[in-house]
Design a protein around this ligand. Sequence first.
Ligand code: SF4
Length: 345
Amino acid sequence: MNTQSGPLLSVRDLRTYFLMDEGVVKAVDGVSFDVHAGQIFGIVGESGCGKSVTIKSILRIVEDPGKIVQGQILLRRPRRDGTSGDEELDLVGLDAHGPEIRGIRGGQIALIPQEPMSSFSPVHTIGNQIIEAIMLHQSIGKQAARDLARDLLRDVGVPMPERRLDEYSWQLSGGLRQRAIIAMALCCNPRLLIADEPTTAVDVTTQAQVLRLLRELQREHNSAIIFITHDLGVIAQMASFVTVMYLGLVMEQGPVDDIFHAPKHPYTQALLRSIPSVKSQPRVNLPTISGSIPHPFNKPVGCPFHPRCIKRMPGRCDVRTPALQAVGESQRVSCFLYHDAEVPE
Ligand code: SF4
């Protein structure tokens, strides 16, 4: 399909299930969102909410026995026949091991992983790994690729980039490793960067530097970024739009400003209460969300959040599952406090 405008990535009713002997884990169970060029789009939730499986589904790297059982992942990309404009491709229809998705991964869409130490091979230099990634996607010679790798390292703030090219990942500090992995992700000018908790493995100072760098890169290159985190505080600094996930479902979606000023879903409200602020009293514990995330084989009937929700309505929230519905001008919420629409059986 030819298309000149619209979202860069459109995820439609995505369902990724793990079909196991013990039962079916519905890790992602009907998630939809759009990401536009130049947008930083946050996906937030506790571990086990489905955010990592969502991005693995987009990259088509879900491991067995996981399977995309329904939905579309529509990517807008330059037309392959060389004419101007874009075309839309459904990534779900591609062979997960085929050349087309391999070209898209690292080319159109690049991943900045949580743990850069395990992303670089310890037995090859940083330079050789970035050069290999460049030459995989671009028809340029080795010296030109080396020059580009050096420039990328310099652009992401790695000092003495020429020397770093010949070093190994274990010789770099955590902050420099994270910058080097960002350089590798950028090497083919991706339209979409996926940053999966990119500051988990670094200290607070480095975290602030990495977040600033990502914002600068997004502005300079007009790339879109999907930013995955469990931390709504980081989302507030980074994203313009956010999706809040819980147990594989979207609880709330909307512009970050609206969700921070007027959170509607009780889960979003609870997440926001648990963010430390300058007004927090020293040595006073922050509010936490009562209970814990249910075992994936034991998902509650009805609203998935009802066992932990302080506003649950017995006889309603524990029987029916609320659908995601528009509430107000910009937000969408899955909660019976705001509407009566439910997910069909
Ligand atoms: Fe709470 Fe009910 Fe809303 Fe679920 S539907 S979040 S249980 S009030």
